[in-house]
Design a protein around this ligand. Structure first.
Ligand SMILES: [Cu+2]
Length: 336
C-alpha cells in the first residue's frame, strides 16, 4: 500500500518526459508566446527563491528551538509586536509590487496590434471555428493557415446565438475568451513552418472536447499558394448527381460553396465547404478527413460527435441512403 503514492509520484514526473508535446505552453513559439514565457520564468524564479528561503527558515527554527526534555519553559510570546507584524506585511507587499511591474508591462505589450499584421476574424460556433481573412477574401474552418514572415492579428467573437468559447493554441500564445457580442483580440506568430494544435478552452456544451483547431504555419510562398487555391470557386459540376443531392438534401441551407448558389448561413450554419477536400481534418479537428470517416459522418453525425440538432446545434441526421452517402462523399472530396 505504501508504494501507491510513490507510483503516483513517478507517474506524474514521468508524464513530463514526453518529447511529443504538441500542446504545451512550455514550448513557446513566436514573439508573444516568448514574452509570456519570460514573465512566467521570472515569476517562477522569484517564487522559488522565497519558497526555498522561507522553508529553510521554518526548518531551522523548528529544529533549533524544538522542545527539549526537562525544559518546560514557555517560549517568548510575540503577539502584538508591531515591528514584526509590519515587517511581514511590507515584505510580501513589496514582492507583489515588484512582480506587478513586469506583469502589467507584459499585459500592455501583448495587447498591441503589430503594424504589419495579417488580419484574421475568428468566429466560435458550437462546436467548430470559422476563420475569415477580410483582406484576402478567404473563408475557412477549423484549420487556419498563417505565413511565417508576418504576425497575425486575430479578432475573435462568436456567432450571434452562441455561447462563450476560448481560443487556445498553447504553443503560440495564451488563451483568450471568445464572447458573444464582443470582439477580443490576440496576436500570434510562428517564425518556423509547422503545425500547431489547439483546443477550445471554455466549456461550451456537449461537444466542447471535440472543438479543436489547427494552425498551419507556412513559408510565404506556400501560404500564397494556399490563398490562391482557397479563392478559387468550388469545383462543382452543376449537372452532377452529387450537386443535385447537395441541394435536395438541404445541405446548402447550412453550408456555403463559393461560386454556387449554396450560400449557407441559416439558423445553425455549418462550415464553408468550398475547399473542404483540401483540409486534413473535419468536425472541429476531431477526425481525419478520410472516406470512411466522412461516410460515418453523413450516416449520422451524432455518432461521431455529440450534438443537439433539436436545439439547432450541430449537424442533423439527414437520413441518407448508402448510395446517397457514397455520391456525396465523392462530391465533398472533389472540393479541393
Ligand atoms: Cu467551444
Amino acid at each position: 500500500m505504501r508504494l501507491i503514492p510513490l507510483a503516483l509520484l513517478i507517474l506524474l514526473v514521468a508524464s513530463a518526459c514526453s518529447d511529443n508535446l504538441p500542446r504545451s505552453t512550455l514550448n513557446p513559439v513566436g514573439e508573444n508566446a516568448e514574452t509570456i514565457d519570460n514573465l512566467f520564468r521570472l515569476t517562477l524564479a522569484i517564487a522559488a527563491v522565497f519558497f526555498v528561503g522561507v522553508n529553510a527558515a521554518v526548518l531551522y527554527v523548528a529544529i533549533r528551538y524544538r522542545a527539549r526534555k526537562g525544559d518546560d519553559r514557555e517560549p517568548k510570546q510575540i503577539h502584538g509586536n508591531d515591528t514584526l507584524e509590519i515587517t511581514w506585511t511590507v515584505i510580501p507587499a513589496l514582492i507583489l509590487a515588484a512582480i506587478a511591474v513586469p506583469t502589467v508591462q507584459t499585459v500592455f505589450e501583448l495587447a498591441e496590434e503589430p503594424a504589419d499584421a495579417l488580419q484574421v476574424e475568428v468566429i466560435g460556433h458550437q462546436w467548430w471555428w470559422e476563420y475569415r481573412y477580410p483582406e484576402l477574401g478567404v473563408v475557412t474552418a477549423n484549420e487556419m493557415w498563417i505565413p511565417t514572415d508576418q504576425p497575425v492579428f486575430l479578432s475573435m467573437t462568436t456567432d450571434d446565438e452562441d455561447v462563450i468559447h476560448s481560443f487556445w493554441i498553447p504553443n503560440l500564445n495564451g488563451k483568450r475568451d471568445v464572447v458573444p457580442g464582443r470582439v477580443n483580440t490576440l496576436t500570434i506568430s510562428a517564425p518556423e513552418p509547422g503545425v500547431y494544435l489547439g483546443q477550445c478552452a471554455e466549456f461550451c456544451g456537449l461537444s466542447h472536447a471535440r472543438m479543436r483547431m489547427t494552425v498551419h504555419a507556412a513559408e510565404p510562398a506556400d501560404f500564397d499558394a494556399w490563398v490562391t487555391d482557397q479563392l478559387a470557386p468550388g469545383n462543382v459540376d452543376e449537372d452532377s448527381e452529387g450537386w443535385g443531392l447537395f441541394l435536395d438534401k438541404g445541405c446548402s441551407a447550412c453550408h456555403a460553396i463559393g461560386g454556387t448558389e449554396a450560400a449557407g448561413g441559416g439558423l445553425n450554419p455549418g462550415p464553408d465547404l468550398t475547399h473542404v477536400g483540401s483540409r486534413t481534418t473535419f468536425a472541429g479537428g476531431s477526425y481525419q478527413l478520410t472516406t470512411e470517416n466522412l461516410k460515418a459522418w453523413l450516416r449520422n453525425p451524432s455518432e461521431l460527435k455529440a450534438m443537439e440538432p433539436d436545439a439547432n446545434r450541430g449537424m442533423p441526421n439527414l437520413g441518407l441512403t448508402e448510395d446517397e452517402i457514397d455520391t456525396l462523399v465523392a462530391f465533398l472530396q472533389d472540393l479541393k
